[in-house]
Design a protein around this ligand. Structure first.
Ligand code: GDP
Ligand code: MN
Length: 392
């Protein structure tokens, strides 16, 4: 589960990680104006108005604005509410007393799956895309991996100090940054987070070190020991990907990936194998969707509809192994779904095997739908789907 920025800052604050003075969570223009009045009236020289969506790059998209008057705040309120940031509609805005920034750094703690441990990343170059810094100036990014044994009692002051020193944070703030990193690591463990990222971590003009932004992912598998996980679920907030959110609502198992071949299968194991076979044929899956045991016409129409909505999908590989669901039911599901969905540009490569596969394939052949291409093996289907995607 991912938190939005203001929730992440609340999580930081309760674990002793320094954040700016608390702001206000707003859902309407009126609430934003009132919050600005309140914070400016209480002595803030400006407020920062920040879109609360579960995606990065809000600043670049116009979702982070500094206002030094109530009128400015009103103007920004109307431009930020309802803004679409990478498919995420802004329904919630955080209004915070603005910080004065002397410098921006980067700091994160995350699961390190490769080394089966924890990874701390620190850079003197923050407030920008850290992947980009890593590409163009890798020396500026300090990465240190720890085993769970090494951090059984938390991250030591010495280890934290080495990291911030290696990242060349200015000498006058090393003590404070060290302390913040130790606390951040403690928060990561106490809250069962998989990622705590601060970008930017700032030095204020009076040399305090403060988390100006937050990105927090919590481990759903640990929800049983955190009653408060449920409290982070906010109304009006989308999951990471709009289609994933839609799938969740419909009870469909759907995961968004980076490639161009839509993958639809029945059963998690078969779907995983399908991803491998797509990769072996030089393609990349755009997503994967498990239609489950049934693969009825209804389930197929809903699932296909979802996969085809993803603009990255250039072709679809439907990989079904008939068990209790017989081949002709699956074929009818595909035919019915295709009819219901009307015109779409992508080709659907269908590999059907298992119970009554022969009958199913025959139905597909007879239907002769222009968008449906039957294939007799998984390998052939993958190669064909990858080729269609490349040609599209
Ligand atoms: P992101 O674009 O989604 O990563 O949102 P951030 O919270 O990181 O804000 C983007 C940028 O806006 C930061 O890197 C800062 O340069 C700027 N910014 C955010 N909050 C403040 C603030 O309180 N004061 C000032 N001066 N700039 C801010
Ligand atoms: Mn940021």
């Amino acid at each position: 589960m991912d938190l939005v920025e203001f929730q992440g800052k609340q999580l930081f604050a309760r674990n002793g990680v320094a954040v700016p003075a608390a702001g206000s969570v707003c859902r309407t223009q009126q609430e934003i104006v009132e919050a600005a009045e309140q914070h400016l009236g209480a002595g803030a020289s400006a407020v920062v108005i920040k879109a609360q969506v579960k995606t990065g790059g809000r600043g670049k998209a116009g979702g982070v604005k500094l206002a030094s008057t109530v009128d400015e705040a009103r103007e920004y309120a109307s431009s930020i509410l309802g803004l679409d940031i990478k498919g995420h509609m802004v329904h919630i805005v955080y209004v915070e007393p603005a910080s004065t920034i002397a410098e921006e750094y980067y700091l994160s703690v995350m699961h390190d799956r490769v080394n089966k441990g924890h990874l701390v990343i620190c850079s003197r170059e923050g407030g920008v895309d850290i992947e980009e810094v890593n590409r163009t100036n890798p020396d500026a990014v300090v990465k240190v991996s720890f085993t769970p044994e090494e951090t059984a009692d938390g991250l030591s002051d010495g280890a934290a100090r080495e990291i911030v020193t290696a990242a060349k944070l200015p000498a006058e703030i090393v003590d404070e940054a060290t302390e913040l990193l130790v606390q951040l690591f403690a928060a990561y463990r106490a809250e069962d987070a998989t990622l705590l990222e601060i970008n930017p971590l700032i030095r204020t003009e009076d040399d305090r070190v403060v988390a100006l932004d937050s990105k927090v992912s919590l481990d759903n598998a640990a929800a049983f020991r955190h009653d408060d996980y449920a409290e982070w679920q906010l109304e009006g907030l989308q999951a990471n990907d709009p289609l994933e959110a839609e799938a969740q609502e419909k009870g469909i198992q759907y995961v968004k990936l980076e490639g161009e071949v839509g993958v639809l299968g029945n059963g998690a194991g078969l779907v995983m194998a399908t991803l491998d076979v797509v990769a072996q044929n030089g393609g990349r899956a755009a997503n994967f969707l498990d239609v489950g045991g049934g693969a009825s016409a209804d389930a197929m129409a809903q699932s296909l509809g979802l996969v085809l909505k993803d603009p990255a999908v250039k072709s679809v590989f439907i990989n079904i192994f008939g068990g209790i669901t017989r081949g002709e039911e699956v074929a009818n599901g595909v035919i019915e779904a295709t009819k219901r969905l009307g015109d779409f540009p992508q080709k659907l490569v269908v590999r059907l095997d298992g119970t009554n596969a022969e009958e199913g394939r025959q139905l597909l052949e007879e239907a002769a739908l222009p968008s449906v291409v039957p294939a007799s093996t998984m390998q052939e289907a993958a190669a064909t789907a990858v080729r269609f995607a490349a040609e599209a």
